[in-house]
Design a protein around this ligand. Structure first.
Ligand SMILES: *[C@@H]1O[C@H](CO)[C@@H](O)[C@H](O)[C@H]1NC(C)=O
Ligand SMILES: *[C@@H]1O[C@H](CO)[C@@H](O)[C@H](O)[C@H]1NC(C)=O
Ligand SMILES: *[C@@H]1O[C@H](CO)[C@@H](O)[C@H](O)[C@H]1NC(C)=O
Ligand SMILES: *[C@@H]1O[C@H](CO)[C@@H](O)[C@H](O)[C@H]1NC(C)=O
Length: 277
């Protein structure tokens, strides 16, 4: 309800009409606060590294300005896709965010200012709850590192694959809940990863809204990074087989030159010896 709230400017022709409108608006605002306005946010989910659109759903063509606020900070919205920024206007008044990261998770307030048919400035407010998802694989014995402790993170919970219960791993008030967990630089690190640590981890904000969900699997490979290295060494191997004859020829040529030099030196020395006598 509140996300679609329209604020009318008081310059309406009929003063009585504007009065009732203002009353209606106040009533809406009251209802809004009574219902914790924020909870009626539009839920949006995106993958880490992926893209997302916050759609404003306004048909008005006379958009004069869009502002986006998250964690009390104004987020600059680029007017075209060509800008270097990650956040830009798309279509009429949708906001596109590309290359999502965990730190994008949270609540967003979008204000769209536009001119209606009577060329009066109107404002449209939308609230979004942006949720970021990711999937990672970790090998037994290695550390599980989750860079999820954002400034708006309040709790980290874990649900193992066969369980329906959410266990508390960390909370802002109580800190970490296990000896195996360390907190460093916004990372939650679980040492000595075992099969029990697989499952889903989620990060909640103080209102209990989900900010981040990470699905953790057990990996056959040392880690995603080492796996990439393994893959690239496989590629290198094929390159190496192509390079072996070249190296062989270079080395052979080098040896030949070396032998030739040795022989010529010996010959010169022998000739010198003979001429000396
Ligand atoms: C995200 O958007 C960018 C540019 O707008 C595009 O190049 C890229 O393919 C998109 N990524 C995904 C996962 O859709
Ligand atoms: C996406 O963002 C990450 C950092 O969050 C950066 O390392 C990476 O290069 C970015 N990728 C693209 C395609 O811009
Ligand atoms: C504004 O114009 C659109 C078409 O351009 C029309 O459908 C709509 O009824 C108009 N609204 C008002 C309030 O006049
Ligand atoms: C890791 O866990 C395994 C099994 O739970 C245990 O045998 C091993 O000693 C642990 N290693 C370290 C370094 O804590």
């Amino acid at each position: 309800m509140c996300s679609g709230l329209r604020t009318f400017n008081a310059r309406t022709k009929d003063p009585r009409r504007s009065f009732t409108m203002l009353n209606w608006l106040n009533l809406l605002l009251l209802l809004c606060f009574a219902n914790h306005c924020g909870t009626s946010a539009i839920s949006v989910s995106g993958k880490k590294g992926g893209n997302i659109t916050l759609s404003c759903e306004s048909e008005s063509r006379e958009i004069s300005d869009i502002s986006l606020i998250s964690r009390s900070k104004n987020i600059p919205v680029c007017q075209t896709e060509e800008c270097s920024g990650r956040v830009f206007k798309q279509g009429n008044c949708d906001v596109f965010i590309k290359n999502l990261s965990f730190s994008d998770a949270g609540k967003y307030f979008m204000r769209v200012y536009y001119h209606n048919n009577q060329t009066e400035l109107e404002r449209l407010i939308r609230t979004y709850q942006l949720h970021i998802q990711d999937e990672i694989s970790v090998k037994t014995g290695e550390e599980l590192k989750l860079d999820v402790l954002l400034s708006n993170a309040d709790k980290v919970q874990h649900q193992s694959r066969r369980s329906t219960e959410w266990m508390k791993d960390w909370s802002r008030t109580d800190g970490d809940q296990s000896e195996r967990i360390t907190i460093s630089d916004g990372n939650l690190i679980i040492s000595n990863f075992t099969a029990r640590d697989t499952g889903t981890y989620r990060v909640l904000d103080p209102d209990g809204e989900i900010l981040i969900t990470v699905t953790v699997r057990e990996s056959k490979y040392p880690s995603t990074e080492s796996k990439k290295k393994l893959d690239s060494t496989d590629k290198d191997k094929t390159d190496e087989t192509m390079q072996v004859p070249v190296i062989y020829w270079i080395m052979s040529a080098g040896l030949l030159v070396y032998a030739a030099l040795l022989v010529s030196t010996l010959v010169t020395l022998t000739i010198q010896k003979h001429t000396d006598f």
